[in-house]
Ligand binder design. Sequence first.
Ligand code: FAD
Length: 286
Amino acid sequence: MKISEILASREVTVSLELFPPKPGAGFGNMKKVVSGCVGLSPSFISVTCGAGGGGSQNTLEVVREVRDSGVVALAHLVAMGLGREEISRELGEFKANGIFNIMALRGDFPPGVSENNGAFRYASDLVAEIRRHGDFCVGGACYPEGHPEAETWQKDIEKLKIKVAAGCDFLTTQMFFDNNILYNFMYRLLKNGIDVPVVAGIMPVTNAAQIDRIFKLSGAPVPPRFKAIVDRFSQNPKAMRQAGIAYATEQIIDLIANGVGNIHIYTMNKPGIAGSIMGNLSEIFK
Ligand code: FAD
């Protein structure tokens, strides 16, 4: 089933994101992670991909595992540094494996690199290429706080419009910790004529080690309410876990209450945490 059909057919969807093992790292407990996520009956499961094509074979392996468990799978594909033939080959493999949902990404620049020398400079170029390859459902990334490289919010939205026009069926947001930022972003999308479904990315922050990395990665400012939680509980792992789950739960309730019904949980391969959030929302996700 196409993700676009899932998003169109339900008022509330909840999807989960996994990352595959690093190349050469072995599959370790990946099967357990997949089955833990599948057991939560999400609307679909996405599997990330290492930049530069690194790990795309592992993405395919995990996506297959998800598909074989009976849950709709979304494979990420990153264009950074890849040639036309490499992308063609990746798409051919997805097709051969019955995977027709793809999240098209440019990827981040590797350290010391500031130009994408691959065949597809921006994600929009990759989206257009995937469209040429057949009947794929294509997602794109979007950034409620603006992409870190964008000079202004408006310029970022104009580029996003190009990406959607190239053939995105839906957008998934970068994580955000203040729902008002998402609401402002959705307003700007509509004002700029971008009307594909937007899936809101929620990152439960449940341990101190994640915190600095996440805020650097997302470029998101730390909202005062969240900062107070981290200051108070980050040295107490069990309390931080509980507070992080409660914060994500509240964020999701507020989003759904305000009409943002497509929720994507960045699981960090911890189905237990996603499960606790989903358990808190069992009546809402029914
Ligand atoms: P683009 O859409 O190409 O945008 C990149 C920058 O270029 C933006 O500043 C944009 O404004 C600008 N731009 C776009 N088009 C043009 C144009 N035509 N002219 C000029 N400027 C333009 N990374 C991974 O490596 N693997 C993953 O699996 C992965 N999954 C992700 C999933 C989600 C939901 C999100 C939000 C991000 C994910 N990322 C992943 C991170 C992503 O690769 C980085 O954020 C990357 O820096 C941008 O990728 P993009 O696809 O958004 O790029």
